[in-house]
Design a protein around this ligand. Structure first.
Ligand SMILES: Cc1ncc(C[n+]2csc(CCOP(=O)(O)OP(=O)(O)O)c2C)c(N)n1
Ligand SMILES: [Mg+2]
Length: 333
């Protein structure tokens, strides 16, 4: 695996802090009704993305996930201003403001969404991997799914095909403890989700996903296996989400103490304590990073606020290929 250095730690800290603050800002503007619809935040799960980006080949490896999907494209290089604008429904957004929170997408950055149907992205991830294998691109697809999605039928059909066809895909279950308000233990006899891989004779295992190094190590092995042509891996990333499922969640299914217990394991705090212990940065340098993150988030907010909503015709342009909309009785005004 690529060495984890001082620069890696500093990058992890700044990236993860930015993702966290980006999501916090969205929660704030949502309450102000500037962002509408659903809003699922990634707070607590950042080490998974940080670890993945450390070992992916960003030129060609792909990522696909569910609706908790704002920060992954940012990690892959999409301009965060455009992601925020998308959430505001503005024309400068990644999908011209038509996708919204659950549908961030950037083929250019190998980010394939952004999917609201629980488990819907699982077969699509295998399909992306099939295309890469067919065209001999030596690329790997990281397919992320939740613990709830792991109980969808689509997972089982996909695992069977992926292993039979040796597809270059890594299935990463982000087990954050809950599917909306339902704990894993309420829906599953066995709570070690990674063991599902055994049913398909697929390499599998659990990962401590509150630590980016542990995530990077596990994914490095899985990605190398896939790239060599030795097929898929099934990993259970053990993580936690600090915020509610979406924005209207009274969180009666868990205690404040439970959330606090996991916050003790916080990946950003963990990375920061390594930086401090190893003297990778002075207090002043850390303050500088924090300030930079704050400024960057404000820039995103300003850009989204100041952008215009899309032109009405965009709705038709993205559906119909011909400019004069021959199938419509009335030409849109
Ligand atoms: C097919 C389908 N069924 C139900 C829903 C409603 N729903 C939205 S999110 C969710 C929970 C999914 O939980 P999990 O897979 O653990 O992902 P997490 O939200 O924890 O990231 C459910 C049931 C849906 N979007 N799609
Ligand atoms: Mg979950």
């Amino acid at each position: 695996m690529k060495k984890v250095t001082k620069a890696t730690y500093l990058k992890w800290y700044e990236d993860m802090l930015f993702w966290r603050k980006f999501e916090d800002k969205l929660a704030q503007v949502y309450i102000q009704q500037k962002v509408r619809g659903f809003l699922h935040l990634y707070n607590g799960q950042e080490a998974i993305l940080a670890g993945a980006l450390h070992v992916m080949d960003l030129e060609k490896d792909k990522m696909i996930t569910a609706y908790r999907n704002h920060v992954q494209p940012i990690g892959l290089g999409v301009d965060p201003k455009r992601v925020m604008a998308e959430l505001y429904g503005k024309g400068t957004g990644t999908s011209q403001g038509l996708g919204g929170s659950m549908h961030i997408f950037s083929k250019e950055h190998n980010f394939y969404g952004g999917h609201g149907i629980v488990g819907g992205q699982i077969p699509l991830g295998a399909g992306l991997a099939f295309a890469d294998k067919y065209f001999k691109r030596e690329a790997v697809t990281l397919t992320f799914l939740g613990d709830g999605a792991a109980r969808q039928g689509s997972l089982h059909e996909t695992l069977n095909m992926a292993v039979k066809w040796n597809l270059p895909v890594v299935f990463c279950v982000e087990n954050n403890g809950y599917a909306m308000g339902t704990s894993v233990a309420r829906t599953s006899k066995g709570t070690d989700i990674w063991k599902l891989g055994n049913g398909y004779e697929m390499p599998c295992g659990p990962v401590d996903a509150m630590d980016p190094i542990k995530v990077a190590e596990a994914l490095d092995e899985a990605i190398k296996r896939a790239r060599k042509g030795d097929g898929p891996t099934f990993l259970e990333m053990k993580t936690y989400r600090y915020r509610g499922h979406s924005m209207s969640d009274a969180q009666k299914y868990r205690t404040k103490e439970e959330v606090a217990e996991y916050q003790e394991l916080d990946p950003i705090t963990k990375v920061l304590s390594v930086i401090k212990d190893k003297k990778y940065a002075s207090e002043d340098q850390i303050k500088e990073i924090n300030q930079r993150v704050k400024d960057k988030v404000s820039e995103c907010e300003k850009f989204a606020e100041e952008s215009d909503f899309p032109e009405k015709n965009v709705m038709y342009d993205v559906v119909y290929e011909q400019e004069d909309y021959p199938f419509l009785a009335h030409k849109p005004q």
